[in-house]
Design a protein around this ligand. Structure first.
Ligand code: PEP
Ligand code: MG
Length: 750
């Protein structure tokens, strides 16, 4: 049986081996011998995974040494394959009776009966399997299984760090830490960026996982836990706002782990076993993650996000860095990131963002766009391939990422950065020129905004106004519900920055993925189809009124344009409009003198249901704005936050284009102004098609204004429109292809 001081002893021995100057082969051999001895097992073997998912034996104590590098188990073969498939320990008393057992004559392992295998995981990727075997029928103790998992975690770092095996040796293993590497993903926010990798999920490397002094580590852990709880208490301390008290449910979600004795016990136990406090946090994160991912209860599965957030916070408390302190020229590396988390970061240090997941119309992408932050998403294997501090080249024009580039690649990238800079200078030359097409049609280019930092862009881009001011970002940014006075001040600043240019305020669009930690919000099985935007506003009119009041006060003699998000029925729109009118009457009654001189009330077209109610809606609305991100997500039934499906459908698919045409044509019939403000409007090819359909008001991110103006100045809209009618009458499904061919022959750069 493994003794309580034994795990610590084993980790120390591993550290000593790592400090030796021997060749890799002998050191690996020593490692397996030490592990076998400490586990009191006859055999210890390390298998590493190849990129084809086969498992190669790299070191063994106890099996025939000729088997090293000669045994290659097919994917999922044998008990080793079982560990790889399950990504969790496999423990059997009599291996040969197990259905997954596969006998390899080269190993001479017929004498070994019991088997314990644990995955070697790094950043959730499987690097290999660590196995111990014995010649008796035996079950290893729970502590022994844990100790072996701790060793596997340390081993993962050793393998990935290149400390033990050079990258030539590791060729074929999907971890080549020192070589340049290119990963292809998708452009989320266009641009180029160069900088150093900072992992959003802090990750600890190499030998720093093994504690020098466990008592010191325990003290650090307890202090960090204390700090974490206090900071959570502060976060939830905001009281007495329009949503009511932050409810137990929300606090419980976050505090569930922070105060959960079993979490704390697991952490303490991992420290007692000889890990550093940081390594213990990661070890326990892995365990819980595995358990929560397998939970049948969707509520429990969704707790995973809370756990991840909390774990990251705890690691920052351990590092003494409660806020994520970014070095200059940071490229942030994450699996995914929420809009609120992104807003918390210091923009002046950030150059770019790379995400293992992440899609173009996700709210984090929109925030990144507002921050003018180049983003590449959908990068498979990203987290496993990068170490903190690696040089990264983010090419969010083509959607690729270069890790640890060689000097020539870096040089040519710097050259591209220079060219881009020059192009921007060209755009700024015609910033004061109106966007008039070759055939003389005036197009209005508006800005999508939502933060104070967006406001100067009105001036620098020469936009015609703000076509969409997303008011919820202010709420996502705050630790507690903003006061009415703060909102009024922000909206007044917006009016001031816009001077005589129009601004369209979109009322709060919360819910879905935009959840405030300080506000009660039950988890929903289908957030995109759930309680969000206008639905939430109408059910919580106190909150909604308080925003409307701030808008009315800020307008102060100017024209106030307000629109409502995610409306599904005309009734919903009329009720919201009524509420706004009542607020005006109320302020009038109280003798307010700073009311707007004019009120224009619009409706966002974001649900297919509204497209078929335009005849009923348009007589009641001053303008409409197509929220193409949502409209297309609901049209194609493809969650915009889910990378697997979000880019499966082309926004220029004939079905979507016919729907958009119906909107423009009906709005024209009623003489109601129509704009479009989804992300597609900011992409040149899509925008060209929208112009051909009849849209004349596009509202886009700041970085798209210059390129779009250049497009309009070179485009004969009428000619393209005629072409489009032909393509549509032919029922041509591939409009994008036709459009690109048209642009090429007309020498227009899309
Ligand atoms: C949209 O849905 O297209 C839109 C502009 O709103 P948001 O992206 O904020 O949901
Ligand atoms: Mg929307």
């Amino acid at each position: 049986m493994i003794q309580s001081s034994a795990p610590k002893h084993m980790l120390r021995q591993i550290r000593d081996i790592m400090a030796m100057r021997d060749e890799a082969g002998p050191r690996l051999q020593k490692l397996v011998s030490v592990i076998a001895a400490n586990m009191q097992a006859q055999v210890c073997s390390i298998y590493l995974r190849h990129s084809d998912d086969s498992m190669e034996l790299w070191a063994t104590k106890g099996l025939a040494s000729e088997a090293i590098h000669n045994i290659k188990l097919a994917p999922n073969e044998g008990l080793v394959g079982e560990v790889a498939r399950k990504l969790s320990p496999v423990h059997v008393k009599n291996a040969q009776e197990h259905q997954a057992f596969s006998f390899q004559p080269e190993t001479m392992e017929q004498d070994f009966i019991s088997f314990l295998g644990v995955p070697i995981l790094r950043a959730r990727r499987l690097l290999g399997v660590l196995v111990v075997q014995d010649n008796q029928e035996r079950l290893f103790s729970h502590d022994a299984v844990e100790a072996l998992q701790n060793v596997a975690m340390v081993l993962a770092e050793i393998v990935a760090s290149g400390e033990l095996l050079s990258h030539e040796e590791l060729a074929g293993v999907p971890v080549r830490p020192l070589q340049p590497l290119t990963i292809l993903g998708k452009s989320v926010v266009s641009g180029l960026a160069m900088g150093q990798a900072v992992l959003f999920e802090p990750h600890i490397v190499g030998e720093s996982r093994i504690a020098e002094d466990s008592e010191v580590e325990m003290t650090r852990m307890l202090a960090a836990l204390d700090g974490l709880r206090k900071s959570l208490d502060q976060l939830f301390a905001g009281k007495g706002h329009a949503f009511g008290e932050p409810t137990r449910e929300v606090m419980n979600a976050y505090r569930m782990f922070a105060h959960d004795q079993s979490w704390v016990d697991r952490l303490s136990k991992a420290v007692s076993a000889g890990l550093t406090a940081e390594a213990a946090v990661e070890r326990v994160r892995g365990e819980y993650r595995h358990r929560l991912l397998r939970a049948r209860d969707p509520y429990l599965r969704e707790r995973l996000h809370d756990l991840e957030d909390l774990t990251n916070r705890l690691l920052r408390h351990l590092g003494g860095d409660v806020a994520l302190n970014l070095p200059k020229d940071t490229i942030l590396v994450a699996r995914n990131i929420g809009p609120a988390e992104l807003l918390e970061l210091d923009r002046s240090k950030l150059r770019g963002l790379v995400l293992e997941e992440g899609s173009r119309t996700s709210h984090a992408a929109i925030v990144a766009g507002a921050m003018r932050l180049p983003v590449v998403g959908a990068l498979p294997g990203l987290l496993a391939a990068i170490s903190e501090g690696n040089t990264l080249l983010v090419d969010a024009e083509t959607g690729s990422l270069q890790i640890r580039p060689d000097s020539e690649t870096k040089e040519s990238f710097i050259e591209r950065l220079r060219v881009r800079q020059q192009r921007r200078a060209v755009f700024s030359k015609f910033k004061d020129k109106p966007a008039i097409s070759v055939d003389g049609q005036r197009v209005e280019l508006f800005l999508n905004a939502g933060l104070k930092i967006d406001l100067p862009q009105l001036e620098t881009t020469g936009a015609d106004g703000i076509g969409l001011f997303r008011t919820e970002f202010q709420f996502l940014l705050a630790d507690q519900l903003p006061k009415q006075q703060q909102l009024t001040e922000l909206y007044s600043d917006v009016f001031k920055a816009a001077a005589d240019k129009p601004v369209v305020f979109r009322t709060l669009d919360l819910g879905g993925d935009k959840v405030l930690p300080y506000v009660s919000h039950a988890r929903e099985p289908n957030p995109a189809l759930g309680w969000r935007a206008i639905r939430m506003a109408m059910d919580r009119p106190g909150m909604f009124r308080y925003q409307l009041r701030a808008l009315l006060n800020a307008a102060n003699g100017k024209t106030l344009r307000v629109m409502f998000p995610l409306v599904s029925t005309v009734d919903e729109f009329l009720q919201a409009k009524e509420l706004l009118k009542k607020e005006v009457q109320r302020l009038n009654r109280f003798g307010h003198t700073n009311l707007p001189k004019e009120l224009k009330i619009g409706c966002m077209i974001e649900t297919p249901a509204m497209v078929w109610q335009l005849d009923q809606l348009l007589p009641h609305t001053d303008f409409i704005s197509v929220g193409a991100n949502d409209l297309l997500q609901y049209f194609f039934a493809a969650d915009r936050e889910n990378i697997r499906v979000s880019e499966r459908y082309d926004p220029l698919h004939i079905g979507a284009v016919l729907m958009l045409r119906q909107i423009v044509d009906t709005a024209k019939k009623y003489n109601v102004p129509v704009s479009i403000c989804g992300e597609m409007a900011g992409r040149r090819a899509d925008a060209a098609l929208l112009l051909a359909l009849g849209f004349r008001q596009l509202s886009v991110t700041a970085s798209a204004i210059g390129p779009l103006k250049q497009l309009v100045l070179s485009l004969d809209i009428r000619a393209l429109s005629n072409q489009l009618n032909v393509w549509l009458s032919e029922n041509n499904p591939n409009l994008r292809k036709k459009l690109l061919a048209f642009a090429k022959s007309a020498k227009i750069n899309l």
